[in-house]
Design a binder for this molecule. Structure first.
Ligand SMILES: *Cc1c(COP(=O)(O)O)cnc(C)c1O
Length: 346
């Protein structure tokens, strides 16, 4: 085997899945490990301990909280329950791709409203509503854009949507943002709004598959019917309950991510790259044109730096790059600067 290029300097940074650069809280690891010793027992189908921990941390009634095997399971269950053939599911141009996939899997029609400068545009969403619209998905902050919509805009959207249309606010990156629907008592208490959260990003539990959500109680009853009754594993429940009780650990991860993100964005801007405003653990970088993005992505992969190409989102000139450790980001920025210069001199 020929040695890989730059074999002496292979970085090995998986910056393509928005995983946390840090392992879970030690309390979460200990709780999951203990739960494995009782692995012969079925998990609690109602995730009572986990829901109680979320309830007391966030001040949300436990009856409004639904847990799931990652929030993707809830996205599927929502579409499966509320939208079928002939119905429309509405989101926006650069919305999370799984909204579209879940819609297609259930035979419903996906409608994407235009965004403005990589921000969700409430007026464009409202213009795209028809009598067939059953669900409206807004990821806030967005993925892959990273941008954030103030909750007053979400309230304006909700107020203008038809009453029989459910608004789903996916806050997978809510811990990295300020002004979230979860913190907004008016949005969270409504009977026509669902808020999705996950332990996969800021809490670093992506491998354990735990999502949670705030549901109107009447919708929670319906959605539970579409979920596998034993959807969460016992170690996943135990880890997530311990993780949510350890807010200090999660807050440190969020703070350190913000420090690394700011430094990385500064480096990218120094080489003249444009980066969209990020309220998440990743950035969306514009590399100018598709051939440059393809070449730069390939060159980064050759040295073990994995970024996410954005062709699937109709953004072939962009890469989405997860914020990793300080050393991973410094090396990624160095390489990017070098490749961007090489592109300019082509
Ligand atoms: C990562 C992500 C999710 C899914 O996370 P799970 O691991 O299934 O909990 C959901 N929505 C968005 C926008 C995401 O980026």
């Amino acid at each position: 085997l020929a040695p890989p290029p730059d074999a002496d300097q292979v970085v090995q940074a998986a910056l393509d899945q928005n995983e946390s650069a840090w392992p879970p809280s030690p309390a979460a690891v200990a709780a999951a490990t203990h739960a494995v010793t009782n692995g012969h027992l079925y998990p609690d189908a109602d995730a009572n301990i986990l829901r109680a921990a979320i309830s007391s941390t966030h001040g949300i009634a436990a009856e409004r909280i639904v847990c799931s095997a990652g929030s993707m399971e809830l996205i599927s269950a929502l579409v499966c329950t509320y939208a079928g053939r002939g119905d429309e599911v509405l989101s926006s141009d650069y919305a999370y791709a799984f909204f579209r996939a879940a819609t297609a899997l259930n035979g419903a029609t996906y409608v994407a409203a235009p965004e403005r400068n990589f921000h969700v545009d409430v007026d464009a969403l409202l213009d795209a509503v028809t009598e067939k619209t059953r669900l409206v998905f807004v990821a806030n902050p967005g993925n892959p854009t990273g941008t954030h919509l103030p909750s007053r805009e979400l309230m304006r959207l909700r107020a203008a949507l038809p009453a029989d249309c459910l608004l789903v606010i996916d806050e997978a990156y809510g811990e990295f943002a300020q002004d979230t629907a979860l913190e907004n008592a008016k949005l969270g208490a409504r009977e026509d709004v669902v808020i999705l959260r996950t332990f996969s990003k800021a809490y670093g539990l992506a491998g354990l598959r735990v999502g949670w959500s705030v549901f109107p109680p009447s919708v929670a009853v319906e959605i539970r019917k579409a979920l596998n009754p034993s959807n969460l594993t016992a170690p996943g429940q135990a880890a997530a309950a311990a993780a949510v009780r350890d807010q200090a650990y999660m807050r440190n991860v969020v703070a350190e991510t913000a420090v690394q993100r700011a430094a990385f964005i500064m480096r990218l801007q120094d080489c003249g790259l444009s980066v969209s405003d990020s309220h998440t653990n990743f950035v969306l970088v514009d590399l100018g044109d598709e051939p440059s993005a393809v070449r730069i992505n390939a060159a980064l992969r050759d040295v073990g730096i994995f970024c996410r190409p954005m062709g699937l989102y109709g953004l072939p000139a962009h890469l989405r790059i997860t914020i990793g450790t300080a050393s991973a980001m410094a090396q990624t920025a160095d390489r990017l600067a070098r490749h961007v210069r090489a592109e300019e001199n082509r």
